[in-house]
Design a binder for this molecule. Structure first.
Ligand code: ADP
Ligand code: MG
Length: 375
């Protein structure tokens, strides 16, 4: 690519970003809390917003409050604190609960919930009873065509595969042109070998129909592949709300760092303005005070190894992953780091290696920061 082309591509990307950022907010949660019965809140102080046409992923481990957040947006759960706005309208607060049918949200849940006694075409047409028959037919046909179900329109749900049932559920939700589409773990009941293709198809469909969507998942790879922005939840609280790249490269907490990929935490000490560790010096980017005990977060893609007889770090294990080799390296202190090498770089266990850390940025946390989910 020539320099001119590169500059054009960069300015195109900047323009696209500016355009995306100027889009109106469709959904906003402000300090939302939700409690089942009178116990501990299932979610607390939850704030994020979704712009028109954006795909937001709610990501976190089982039980962290993803489904509860989605149910609060849909109006199935009242909120005990804060407020939810849909298309600028207050729909939930401790004193407000606009009913689900007035919120114009679309929903695709784990089990699809299709009507078993209705054919595909009738399932999709179900929410359009208010339209004249010819308009209804035209819209349903367009939608079936878009999701590739035209040939199956006379079938009943039990005559379809899991993937096809999911497309019916999607078509049924999308045909109503929802303000926002809510998807709860939409790939969890599909065969794992189908999910890659289904993710791509779903993303294309959402982009094509300019649908704003909130998608729940516990799988960071799915969130990375699907999302424009990700909200990472832990124990009912929002830990970080940002782009997939920022969530991966500059995690806001040790929990996020750990949850979205392999992360090692190497202890360090702030001395003479830099962070001294067993594997070298790092810049004190956050500006911690002299003497602060910190940990440096390292990803395997930041660490390169070279066999070297004079070194004290050693290969403890190698995991062949097809496109890469993931090495576990033992340091003299007993700490370990991981290194991602090309799939053809094969060294035996026990080899002494020199470490080269080539992180483009340093992620630091204080040593006593909780690393695992609380509770
Ligand atoms: P996730 O979807 O992230 O797995 P949920 O939102 O389903 O998590 O659950 C969040 C918390 O709320 C969990 O501690 C769960 O046990 C609790 N919870 C979920 N549904 C109910 C319910 N109907 N009654 C009481 N507690 C619930
Ligand atoms: Mg759930």
């Amino acid at each position: 690519m020539s320099t001119g082309q590169q500059q054009r591509t960069l300015s195109d990307a900047a323009l696209r970003l500016a355009e995306e950022r100027s889009r109106p907010t469709v959904l906003e949660l402000r300090k939302v809390g939700c409690a089942y019965e009178k116990g501990r809140p299932a979610i607390a102080d939850m704030s994020f917003s979704v712009r028109e046409g954006e795909i937001l992923c709610l990501l976190g481990p089982s039980g962290c409050g993803k489904t509860t957040t989605l149910r609060a947006i849909a109006g199935f759960e009242p909120v005990s604190a804060g407020a939810i706005y849909l298309a600028g309208r207050l729909v939930s607060s401790p004193d407000t609960l606009v009913p689900t049918e007035q919120r114009h949200v679309g929903m695709v849940f784990q089990e699809y919930a299709l009507f078993p006694h209705l054919r595909v075409i009738e399932n999709v047409a179900f929410g359009l009873q208010h339209l004249p028959a010819d308009q209804r037919k035209a819209q349903v046909r367009t939608m079936l065509d878009m999701v590739g179900l035209t040939e199956l329109e006379r079938r009943y749900p039990h005559e379809l595969s899991g993937g096809q049932q999911q497309r019916v559920a999607l078509a049924r939700a999308l045909v109503q042109k929802p303000v926002v589409l809510l998807l709860d773990e939409p790939f969890s009941s599909l065969d794992p070998d189908m999910t890659g293709k289904m993710r791509e198809d779903l993303r294309d469909l959402l982009m094509h129909t300019k649908t704003t969507a909130v998608l729940v998942t516990h799988d960071h790879e799915e969130a990375f592949a699907m999302a424009d922005r990700i909200a990472v939840l832990n124990n009912g609280c929002l830990e970080q709300f940002d782009t997939p790249e920022a969530i991966y490269h500059t995690p806001a907490t040790p929990f996020v760092a750990d949850f979205v990929g392999q992360a090692d935490f190497i202890p360090g000490l702030v001395e003479n303005g830099t962070v001294m560790t067993e594997i070298g010096e790092f810049p004190n980017q956050v500006g911690y005070q002299e003497g602060t005990k910190v940990v440096v977060m390292i990803r395997p893609d930041d660490v390169h190894i070279e066999p070297s007889d004079h070194c004290t770090a050693r290969i403890l294990a190698r995991q062949f992953r097809g496109s890469e080799n993931l090495y576990t390296i033992g340091l003299p202190s007993g700490h370990v780091v991981h290194s991602s090498e090309s799939s053809t770089s094969v060294y035996p266990v026990g080899t002494p290696v020199e470490l080269q850390v080539i992180a483009t940025h340093t992620v630091l946390f204080e040593q006593d920061h909780p690393r695992k989910p609380k509770g």
